[in-house]
Every structure is written in C-alpha cells, then in structure tokens.
Design a protein around this ligand. Structure first.
Ligand SMILES: [Ca+2]
Ligand SMILES: [Ca+2]
Ligand SMILES: [Ca+2]
Ligand SMILES: [Ca+2]
Length: 265
C-alpha cells in the first residue's frame, strides 16, 4: 500500500499574458473575436474571461464599477493558447479588456491594469465585394485591355462587369478617360437601354446607374459606338459599385479598371 498525503491546496491563479491576445476585426454585422497565442495562460483548462474596461476616472487603474460583465472566452489549451471567441459586434473604436484565467480550484487571476489588452477596431460597414470579373468582349474570358489605333473610329467597344455579390437597388459609377459617352451608347442590366442624359455627367466622362438589381456573377454589359480613339496612350474605364446603393449595409467597392490602349497606327 502506497501512502499519499493529501495534495497541497492550489491557491495560485494561472498567469495571464494579455499581450499574447489579438483580435479579429470584423465588419459590422459580424461579431469581433479575441484569441490568445501559446503561453497566453499559465495553466491548461483554465476558464478564460474578458471584461470590458472603461477607465471612467482615467487613472489607469481598474476601479470598482469600471468592468462590464464577463465574456467567457473558453478554456485554455495545453500550450496556454485560447481559441477564437466572440466578444460582440463592436463598431470601430478603441476598447480595453481585462483578461483573467480561473483554475479548477476557482482561483481567478487579478483584474488589474497589468492584464489589459487594448483593441483598435477599424472595420465598419463592409465595402461591396470586389467584382467577379470585368473585361472587354465578353467579360468572363475578356481581357482587361483592348488595343486600338489612335485616330481610328471604333464602330463598337463592348465590356462587361460581373458583380461579386448580389446587387439590390445598387449604384454603379463609371469613369471614362479619353473618350466620352453619349445617349447613343447603351448598357444592359437586365435589358439594353440607351443612356439618358441624366445618367451622363462630367462632359460625358462619367456615367451613373442607379436602381441596379443583379445577382452575383450576373452580367452588366456596356456598348460604346463610333468612338474616335485618342492619341497613343492608356485610357482607363474605371467603375465602382455600391451593392445596396443608398442602403447602409454596404459601401462602394474598390475601383475596378480596364484600359483602352491607343497605339500609333
Ligand atoms: Ca492554480
Ligand atoms: Ca480607473
Ligand atoms: Ca466590428
Ligand atoms: Ca450603400
């Protein structure tokens, strides 16, 4: 028979290295997340919590009443890491959280300023998802450049934009360098239409389409007629699209570019 003493009670809380925590900064509508790298917590299987801290009296000390309710992040892994856990759908801003770990003997580490992580979140409304494809002569397989002779008249120039997400009441803005758009030119976001003068601005260099409805990867086609190709150079046709137009769950996409390359004949 082996004699064993009762183990000494565990009265030591796990160590916490708050500098090993990092955030995943998600766009509005998706919860932001916090995770800890290896060594973040000094014991395995500790319950890890985050308390949002508002330093109301600005003394850099965690005082009574300054911590919000605990958010349980989960249990520490064998290497002291903590898997990603949700911390709420936080708008852009700076946030402080006190991180604690509680072992199986219910020893919780200190809720003090030495165990704070400061998060700077910047992602607000999500931009419209980048296009699926944008190009000349069919788009899906089309090129991003089209070479034409300077001074020639191109009977027609076609390009197509395939959105990367569903567009509902969307707004699309195109800018044309070197050539101008007029009311003989057409677009197709469901059927072919000539531009109205109200859609054309900036001396024919800008077209604005409103009320665009397309599902993801559904073609928006453009035809230009009888354009005189300008002096040799590169002339971009850029576009942006806002998937919900004036709606506020998307902002406009990054700018997409294709180019007419004018060459000396
Ligand atoms: Ca312990
Ligand atoms: Ca304080
Ligand atoms: Ca967020
Ligand atoms: Ca919008």
């Amino acid at each position: 028979m082996v004699l064993e003493k009762n183990a000494v009670p565990d009265t030591t809380p796990p160590t916490v290295d708050s500098s090993k925590f990092t955030a995943v900064d998600n766009y509005n509508g998706t919860q932001d997340q916090l995770s800890g790298a290896a060594g973040a917590i000094g014991e395995a299987d500790a319950t890890v919590r985050a308390y949002r801290w508002t330093d109301s009296n600005a003394d850099n000390t965690v005082d009574a009443g300054e911590l919000a309710a605990a958010i349980t992040l989960g249990a520490s892994e064998a290497d002291g890491s903590v898997l990603s856990a949700q911390i709420g759908d936080l708008p852009p801003g700076s946030y402080k959280f006190v991180i604690t770990a509680t072992d199986s003997s219910n020893n919780e580490s200190a809720k003090d300023a030495a165990h704070v992580i400061t998060l700077t979140l910047v992602n607000g409304i999500q931009p419209t998802v980048t296009m699926y494809t944008y190009g000349f002569d069919g788009g899906g397989t089309g090129a991003h450049t089209k070479q034409l002779n300077a001074g020639s008249t191109a009977a027609n120039i076609r390009f197509d934009f395939f959105p990367g997400e569903t567009i509902v009441n969307g707004v699309m803005v195109l800018n044309f360098e070197g050539i101008t758009v007029d009311t003989n030119d057409q677009y197709n976001a469901g059927s072919w239409n000539k531009y109205t003068s109200s859609q054309i601005s900036n001396g024919g260099h800008t077209v604005t389409l409103t009320g665009v409805n397309r599902v993801s990867k559904q073609d928006i086609a453009f035809m230009l007629y009888n354009k005189v190709i300008p002096a040799p150079g590169t002339y971009y046709i850029t576009c942006t699209i806002d998937a919900d137009g004036p709606g506020n769950t998307r902002t406009e996409s990054v700018e997409h570019k294709i180019a007419i390359i004018s060459v000396a004949p």
